[in-house]
Write a protein that binds this ligand. Structure first.
Ligand SMILES: O=C1O[C@H](COP(=O)(O)O)[C@@H](O)[C@H](O)[C@H]1O
Length: 254
């Protein structure tokens, strides 16, 4: 498990642009090393803003999009194409604009899909997809994720793991159905902290003064049960990408 690293950008615009450049470079590097890159996407304003900047970057042509595996860290359990789904927003921001191989795109099921409103079965299926792609040698049950993107909520949630819930305490399963979420919609699907911890790099991206307290608590060793973002760590790197407002309550040294 890696230590937290923090990079503070002047504002949300610069953060989105710089993170898009960082993501493009990471994908190119992974493809140069292994031929393929695997990225876990997030929803939220910052995460979708980064995808829009990737779309608008001339450097997006440096990526072989047909060799990018895409997953989601969480999903709002709504009908297919609903504008609040993280998948819908990611498709509009980037995925519909690059030549992906649809077989490499792994969205979480919608609430009108093959599992209907059974979010638990949809989550179990996602865990099964991850296990299958991980292969029989895997000890984590998830594929090798090069970069796993996350947002952070005002109360410290990340993915759809909210404070003081059974879901943030989950140690066995890699994907769970999340019920009674304090932030709408009430039903979601989320990767768990153990699944997140199997990623090579975890990038937590957030902006604005409303996130400052949660960021500060996460960076000063809060219990992940209280501040779930505090428990999101990558194997090789855990990178907090903040704007000045989100960093304002944190003592960052230097
Ligand atoms: O609902 C969600 O919110 C978080 C944070 O979103 P933001 O708009 O405050 O940046 C996001 O990370 C998560 O994927 C999403 O489902």
């Amino acid at each position: 498990m890696s230590d937290n690293e923090v990079i503070v950008h002047p504002d949300a615009e610069v953060l989105a642009e710089a993170t898009a450049a960082r993501l493009l470079t990471s994908i190119v590097d992974a493809q140069a090393a292994r031929g393929v890159a695997s990225v876990v996407l997030t929803g939220g304003r910052t995460g979708i803003g980064v995808l829009e900047r990737v779309r608008d970057s001339i450097a997006r042509s440096a990526v072989d999009w047909s060799a990018v595996n895409l997953f989601w860290g969480d999903e709002r359990f709504l009908t297919d194409g609903d504008g609040e789904r993280n998948e819908t927003q990611a498709r509009a921001a980037l995925l519909d604009h690059v030549p992906l191989d649809p077989r490499r795109v792994h969205p979480m099921a919608p609430s009108d899909g093959r599992f209907g409103a059974d979010a638990e079965s949809a989550a179990d299926h996602y865990a099964e997809v991850l296990r299958t792609l991980a292969g029989t040698d895997s000890d984590t049950g998830v594929p090798r994720f090069d970069v796993l993107l996350l947002g952070v909520g005002e109360e410290g949630h990340t993915a759809s793991l909210f404070p003081d819930t059974p879901y943030v305490r989950e140690r066995e399963r890699t994907a769970v159905a999340v019920r009674d979420c304090p932030k709408p919609p009430p039903t979601r699907i989320s990767l768990t902290l153990p699944a997140i911890a199997s990623a090579s790099e975890v990038w937590l991206m957030t902006t604005g003064a409303g996130k400052a307290e949660a960021v500060s608590r996460a960076l000063t060793g809060a219990d992940p049960v209280d501040i779930p973002a505090a428990g999101a760590r990558g194997r090789d790197r855990t990178l907090w990408l903040l704007d000045r407002e989100a960093a304002k309550d944190s003592t960052l040294g230097g």
